[in-house]
Write a protein that binds this ligand. Structure first.
Ligand code: ATP
Length: 438
């Protein structure tokens, strides 16, 4: 089959299906030629939907993107200098648009076939044959497959193959990408490609890549269904220690990651929330035994954002503290609440991975199911109405009330009001005293 229309019609969601046709229609109307390329075509042939679409446009990709954005509103970024654009639609559909380059084959002999050669040139710059296929979107050729480098056969045979011998030298990041695709699809890295990959590793080619690019690629590892498989492979190829210096890939760490993957695979049972940041979760599992100093070093090396660093440090500091307190003594519900509620949600998830102690697991689910949503019915506004002025005393009353509600000592608005009145009287807090109850 050299036409992918039946696959497009059968294996895409309605929304993406309609979007693809619309892209082709708009291209025709505005006299562009547009092709979907790379991962989208690869995944289509594998019967999977990829909502991250790479589009090659025969003339200005930015101009075409602006036309698309008028019909499909989203966040549009145009990079006129590079002839590229990005359009992010709601519900996770993303277009990356590039202008096809024409310089490569554009000698006089190639002139009649310039459209074909510029597309081919664009595809030749890609990483592996399985990512070099293109699919026409213009209505007149809709669905037509362009496969210049044997991508389809390699896909069917399960092979990762570079396009030319110096591919890993030109872009050493492809080493990581090869391993990622190999493990994701359970493919085999073709013999010559593997030799070149080993050679590039031996020549320490990855050191030539900027840290930003390297760790952006490493982030993608943690979006894969099994990051652990990839980390094991990186370790086999002696890359793990270069990517995560100071981190020992030992049995204990593997065990922890394995458990984490099991939990992630069954989110309902493990209580993992949908909006959990898996990157932070994996990093906290990876760095759990590291000293603060080494963690800070890796955070810097990996160019983590401030928000990510803060979340990671909060987890690494508070999780062990909370575990030991909950395990050692019997903590009251209020104490349990205040130990856990400030933890980023990834921290709670990590706790359930680290600890199989039934008491601790019970406490965590008690917190999530009962305590997390238990709060006083009266608010600061009620205290203001009782004549209390904002300040430390005010906050203490509110906190004591919160503790009493969590511990089940008071229930219902009336009891809460009585409790607050009692506290105010007991501590002689009154309007005049304002800030100072002592
Ligand atoms: P995924 O399913 O992980 O998103 P993808 O193939 O769509 O896979 P992207 O990282 O989105 O991967 O890249 C889009 C396309 O750009 C790839 O299919 C590939 O053709 C090309 N590409 C990406 N990175 C490189 C690279 N380092 N060298 C050459 N081509 C690359």
């Amino acid at each position: 089959m050299t036409n992918l229309t039946p696959l497009i019609n059968s294996s895409l969601s309605k929304e993406l299906h309609a979007t693809i046709y619309l892209l082709g229609y708009l291209a025709q109307r505005e006299s562009f030629k547009v092709f979907a390329v790379g991962g989208f075509v690869r995944d289509l042939l594998l019967g999977k939907e990829n909502r991250d679409l790479d589009l090659v446009v025969d003339r200005s990709a930015t101009e075409y993107a602006k036309h698309v954005a008028k019909i499909l509103p989203g966040r549009l970024q145009c990079f006129e200098r590079f002839g590229t654009a990005k359009l992010i639609l709601s519900r996770g559909i993303i277009f990356d648009l590039v202008t096809a380059r024409q310089e490569f084959y554009a000698g006089p002999g190639a002139l009649p076939d310039i459209e074909r050669s510029s597309l081919k040139n664009d595809l030749y710059r890609r990483d592996f044959t399985i990512n070099t296929m293109a699919c026409a979107l213009n209505p007149e050729k809709f669905g037509r497959l362009y496969d210049y480098f044997g991508g389809r056969e390699d896909l069917e045979r399960g092979i990762i193959r570079i396009l030319y011998n110096l591919s890993f030298v030109d872009d050493p990041l492809r080493i990581i990408r090869a391993i990622r695709f190999e493990q994701r699809f359970d493919f085999i890295i073709e013999e010559d490609t593997y030799l070149m990959l080993r050679k590039a590793i031996a020549n320490r080619m990855l050191e030539k890549v900027s840290k930003e690019r390297l760790y952006n690629e490493i982030r993608l590892v943690f979006k894969e269904p099994s990051p652990l498989k990839i980390l094991i492979r990186l370790n086999e190829l002696q890359l793990f220690k270069d990517i995560f210096p100071r981190l020992e890939f030992n049995g204990q760490l593997k065990e922890r990651l394995l458990l984490l993957e099991k939990r992630i695979a069954e989110p309902a049972e493990s209580g993992l929330e949908g909006n959990c940041n898996y990157f932070i979760l994996y990093l906290s599992a990876l760095f759990y035994d590291l000293s603060e100093h080494d963690t800070a070093y890796l955070c810097h090396l990996m160019r983590l954002k401030r928000k990510e660093r803060l979340a990671l440090f909060a987890i690494l500091k508070k999780v062990p503290e909370a575990i030991s307190k909950i395990k050692q003594a019997s903590v009251s519900p209020a104490q349990l609440y205040f130990l856990l509620h400030e933890l980023p949600k990834e921290g709670l998830a990590l706790m359930t991975v680290l600890e199989r102690d039934p008491h601790l697991c019970e406490q965590i689910s008690y917190f999530k199911q009962e305590l997390a949503c238990r709060r006083p019915l009266i608010t600061g506004k009620d205290l203001l109405e009782k004549g209390l002025k904002p300040g430390p005393a005010f906050n203490r009353v509110l906190k004591s009330l919160y503790e009493a509600v969590l511990d089940g000592k008071v229930a219902g608005k009336e009891e809460e009001l009585a409790f607050v009145t009692f506290l105010i009287k007991k501590n002689k807090i009154c309007e005049e005293a304002g800030e100072g109850d002592n």
